[in-house]
Design a protein around this ligand. Structure first.
Ligand code: HEC
Length: 281
């Protein structure tokens, strides 16, 4: 199915790319949009949240209570901007198919977690701009004040144990992609590897890209070299469990709640992907 926004975007890019030849004497062929011409991995829409705020689209703030904030592991209170009304406007304006759209939250530090748009709008997402526990004149409790800006994503309708919600700080951009295309290049062809892919998506992808799909906080796992082509699998497993046992100042936190069997399945998937590399330009 061709999505109108993709057609629009592709048409725009196509016209843009072709612009110089319009002025030349060459005969110009009419623009024809074919399915092949469309790159489905292109975002349907990308929003710079700070710009949206400057333009007044994210101006209302409220004082909101969070019953369990997983970053602080307790109840918290914030001054925050409701995100849902803004998302609803974007959905209408850009004709987004809520059932088949993934939001990728792009953060300043390269942490890029994703969530289905339907799940996001079924809850109450807010963009926190101030932690009410912070001392007078400060917006955040942390000594690293800047790391929370421009926004910290929080959820008011969330209790301890609710799965699949992400709480990123330093949130700067929202990217919308068609769900079936969003992770395409990282999906294994072999169906037996899908379980490993799903686990990788949950536990690693927000920080590590696979075939350039995913976060950029940690290194890419497959191109041009698959991580298993230069790290021993046993070392990777030990590193994931405790990065500080390899590098005292590692920027990778130990992956919480990861069972040995799960890591095994993730490793099989990562290693399998060396046979499914994307081509680099
Ligand atoms: C919160 C982000 C985050 C998550 C989640 C994460 N990583 Fe990392 N990872 C990093 C960062 C940052 C590095 C950079 C290395 C350093 O600072 O020591 C790294 C480094 C690595 C390395 C070493 C590569 C190298 O050459 O330095 C491996 C292997 C690795 N990660 C595997 C994994 C796997 C497998 C998972 C999922 C089970 C995972 N990571 C989850 C952030 C993350």
């Amino acid at each position: 199915m061709l999505k109108p926004q993709i057609i629009f975007l592709s048409l725009f890019l196509f016209l843009f790319a072709c612009k110089p030849s319009i002025d030349s004497d060459e005969k110009t062929t009419p623009v024809e949009v074919t399915e092949e011409a469309i790159d489905e991995t292109v975002p349907l829409l990308e929003i710079n949240l700070a710009h949206a705020k400057e333009e007044g689209a994210l101006s209302t703030t409220e004082i909101v209570n969070v019953s369990f904030d997983p970053v602080f592991k307790r109840a918290k209170k914030y001054e925050a901007i409701p995100l849902k009304p803004y998302l609803e406007k974007l959905i209408t304006a850009s004709n987004l198919d809520t059932a088949n759209t993934e939001i990728i939250f792009l953060c300043k530090d390269g942490y890029n977690p994703g969530m289905p748009l339907s799940k996001v709008i079924n809850n109450e997402p807010y963009l926190a701009i101030r932690d009410l526990d912070a001392s007078e004149g400060k917006n955040w409790m942390d000594t690293l004040q800047g790391k929370w800006n421009p926004f910290y994503l929080i959820w008011t309708n969330h209790s301890k144990g609710d799965k699949g919600y992400t709480w990123p700080y330093g949130l700067a951009h929202l990217q919308f992609k068609a769900s079936d295309a969003a992770y395409k290049d990282a999906m294994p062809i072999d169906k037996e590897m899908v379980a490993g892919f799903e686990l990788y998506k949950e536990k690693c992808m927000k920080c590590h890209s696979m075939n350039m799909v995913g976060g950029v906080m940690g290194p890419e796992m497959n191109v041009p070299k698959n991580i298993t082509e230069y790290w021993q699998v046993a070392d990777i497993k030990a590193f994931v469990k405790n990065p500080y046992s390899y590098r005292y100042n590692s920027k990778m936190p130990p992956v919480a709640g990861l069972k040995d069997e799960e890591l095994e399945v993730i490793m099989e998937y990562i290693s399998y992907m060396k046979g499914q590399k994307i081509e680099l330009d």
